[in-house]
Write a protein that binds this ligand. Sequence first.
Ligand SMILES: *Cc1c(COP(=O)(O)O)cnc(C)c1O
Length: 399
Amino acid sequence: MHPYEHLLSGPHARIDLDAYVANLASLLDLAPPGAELMAVVKADGYGHGMVVLAHAAEQSGVRWLGVARIAEGLLLRREGVRASILVIGPPNLSELRVAVENELALTIGSWTHIDAVRAVASATSRPVRVHLKIDTGMHRYGVMPEEAAAAARALADAPNVVLAGLMTHFAASDELDPAPTIEQQRRFIEACAAVEATGLQPRYRHTANSAAVLAGLANGSDIVRCGIATYGLSPSPEVPVDARFKPVMSLHAVVTRRFTLPRGDGVSYNLTYRAQADEEAAAVSIGYADGLSRLVSNQGWFVVRGQRAPILGRVCMDQTIVRSPKEAQVGDVVTVVGARADGAMTLDDIAEMTGTNVYELATRLMARVPRLYVRGGEIIAWEHLLLGERDLGPYASQP
Ligand SMILES: *Cc1c(COP(=O)(O)O)cnc(C)c1O
């Protein structure tokens, strides 16, 4: 493998492939008997790196991969991923043909999309696999339940179109109250029955996301479309992952300066923190342009030499200052985000401090932060998106 050691002397993310594969297995355990798992790797694997994770999921036996955009599916095909790929969001109409040529299954949830997919299918000899999205209450994408039967027929009757599934998406499965989800399930079952009454029997019906699986609301979903929990993250504080799940990503950076902050002096932009006494401090090579929210200024902490090091003052674009253990030195690798067991800030902590969710935080990791993929304690692959450099090790596509 190309050397990666130099990447350890700056900000970097470690991606724990063993945790990822174990999380996939736990989700399959929690899913209804016989259900197939779709590992949702959209948005570059929620910031974790979609190419390597898609390969790892495929190798562990996962049947389905979920992406939001056709371009994301194309990338996986280019990288040699063979599993079934569903574009779970509204597909870009100008890319339908290339999606079909690359055997990406499409989610179709509007009459515009129905017409477009019929047109593309009539101009090809390949089967065009589609899943009809029914809007049972999220009111984002999908045909209304009353239209489902007609929409299903319009798809199934078109030459080369294979209506492979019926699906819907829950709006509130990450909340304590199951009532909205149960109502969506009821509308979905009714719409499926209307489709079946026209003589159609699509192979799949699917509803569940991570939260629905964790909350026991995945009944009747023969594919479970799981993203956030595969990364070991909780959909919400109300619907957490259980103790089996482990966070896949940890974020690290390096001490670039050790110094004493003189009593009475402020630190970082606008001097929002002032030292009450002489304080040991360290500057660390990570900032909000790496993906660390500026809203953790004066609230968050890193782990330096195994000890909690509170953030002093504002997080800058590229650097952050923390109170430092005495023994810390320039060059020390610190943990910025990690597991609670290591005393590190978790994405849950940051979500609470900053008023957002872990989905947004994970996907905020920037291209200049290289990723190191770890399996069995060894770094087996890495990528640096900004430089366009990588070594995917066992996951490199064979030419
Ligand atoms: C993103 C997405 C998912 C995955 O949701 P998680 O909460 O991350 O498990 C499932 N289905 C659809 C339609 C999505 O857009």
